[in-house]
Design a protein around this ligand. Structure first.
Ligand SMILES: [Zn+2]
Length: 340
C-alpha cells in the first residue's frame, strides 16, 4: 500500500531484522532474516489473512495424480470470518489491484507514488513517470505514453509531479473535510449519483445477459437439428464435426460471459454501501497534512490529466480524480449547494 514492490519489502524486512517464516518456525537457517521474493508475494496474495478460509485451492485429477494442480479462483470455496482478520478486506483487494498494474521501472531507480494511477484524459493511455539522476525532484514529470511514442496521436499532456501532488492533496483535503463535516448532504448527493450510475450499469448488464441466454437457447435447438441431420445422413461426418466444434466453442464462450455478467450484476446491486465506506475513509483521514503513498492508494482509484490550456496566457490544467468506492466527486458543486 505504500508503493513498494516485493523486492523492496524483502530488503526492508531484512534491514529491520524480521525473522523469515523458516526461522519463525524454529528451524535453523544461515540467513534468518533473508526473505525470498516468492515468500513476500505469497503473503501479499494470501486471502486467509483477511480472516477467511479458502478451500479447494489445489486439486488432483485422480487419486494417482501426484501433481497438485491450482484450482481456478472462481471454483475455490471461500468461507468468510472464520478467524480474526489481520488484514482488512479493502486493503487486501487494493493490494491485489496495485500488484496487477505493471510498474514501469525508471532507469534511475526512482519511483513515484503516482505511477500506475495517472492517465491521459484525452486518449486514456497511462502517463509515464519521467525522471533523471541529474534532475532535482521538482523537475520530475508525467507525460502521456501515446504522445511519447507517436507525437501525432495525442498532444503533449504533461504535468510536473510536484504540481500534481499539490493539486491532488488539496482536492483530497477538500473532499475529506466536506464528506466528514457534511455527511448527510454528501451521502444524499453521492448516493443519488451512484444509484443512477449503477441502475444504468445494471440495465446494460441485464440486457447483455438476456441476449447471451437467448443465444444459448438457440444453440441448444441448433444442436438438436444438427444431430437429426447427422442421423438422417443429410450432412457428412466431417461437416458435422466442424459445425458442432464451432457451436461448442461459441457455447463455452457464452456460458463464461453469462457467469461474468451475473457476478457483475450482483456487485453493481450492492454499490449502495459504497458511499458509507467512503465516508468512513474520510473520517480516518480528517486533518491529512501530507500526502503519503498509503493514503493515496487507499483513497484514489485513478487520476486523469487534461491538456494544458494556455489561451489566457497563463498555464491552466484540469485534472479529474476518481476516488475509491465513489468515483468522481463534484466537490465544487457540493460546496456551493451546501452553502445555499
Ligand atoms: Zn494522450
Amino acid at each position: 500500500m505504500e508503493g513498494r514492490g516485493p523486492t523492496q519489502i524483502g530488503s526492508l524486512l531484512e534491514n529491520e531484522r524480521v525473522p523469515n517464516p523458516t526461522t519463525h518456525q524454529g528451524k535453523p537457517s544461515d540467513y534468518p532474516y533473508k526473505w525470498d521474493i516468492s515468500t513476500v508475494v505469497h503473503i501479499l496474495e494470501r486471502r486467509e489473512y483477511t480472516g477467511c478460509t479458502v478451500n479447494f485451492k489445489t486439486h488432483r485429477n485422480s487419486i494417482w495424480d501426484k501433481k497438485k494442480r491450482q484450482t481456478p479462483e472462481e471454483d475455490q470455496a471461500v468461507f468468510y470470518n472464520t478467524q480474526p482478520a489481520i488484514v482488512a478486506e479493502d486493503v487486501f483487494e487494493k493490494v491485489q489491484q496495485i500488484r496487477q498494474q505493471r510498474h514501469r521501472q525508471t532507469k534511475t531507480g526512482k519511483s513515484s507514488m503516482f505511477s500506475g494511477l495517472v492517465f491521459c484524459a484525452d486518449c486514456g493511455a497511462k502517463m509515464y513517470y519521467c525522471t533523471s539522476v541529474k534532475f532535482d525532484k521538482r523537475r520530475d514529470f508525467f507525460v502521456c505514453s501515446t504522445h511519447r511514442h507517436r507525437k501525432d496521436q495525442c498532444s503533449a499532456h504533461y504535468i510536473r509531479s510536484v504540481v500534481l501532488e499539490d493539486i491532488v492533496l488539496r482536492h483530497i483535503q477538500m473532499v475529506i473535510s466536506y464528506a466528514a463535516n457534511h455527511e448527510a448532504h454528501f451521502r444524499a448527493v453521492m448516493g443519488q449519483k451512484l444509484k443512477l450510475a449503477s441502475d444504468e450499469a445494471i440495465r446494460v448488464s441485464k440486457k447483455k445477459l438476456a441476449k447471451a441466454e437467448k443465444r444459448l437457447n438457440e444453440l441448444d435447438r441448433i444442436f438438436m437439428r444438427l444431430y437429426e441431420d447427422r442421423v438422417n445422413g443429410t450432412i457428412s461426418d466431417e461437416r458435422f464435426a466442424f459445425m458442432s466444434k464451432s457451436y461448442e466453442d461459441e457455447q463455452t464462450k457464452l456460458k463464461q460471459e453469462v457467469d461474468a455478467l451475473a457476478k457483475e450484476i450482483a456487485q453493481q446491486e450492492q454499490a449502495t454501501d459504497d458511499v458509507d465506506r467512503f465516508i468512513a475513509q474520510a473520517h480516518k483521514y480528517v486533518g491529512l497534512e501530507e500526502l503519503t503513498p498509503y493514503a493515496l492508494h487507499e483513497l484514489v482509484k485513478a487520476i486523469y490529466i487534461e491538456a494544458p490550456d494556455e489561451s489566457s496566457g497563463k498555464r491552466r490544467q484540469n485534472i479529474h480524480i476518481s476516488y475509491d468506492f465513489v468515483g468522481f466527486i463534484p466537490i465544487h458543486e457540493l460546496m456551493q449547494e451546501g452553502m445555499a
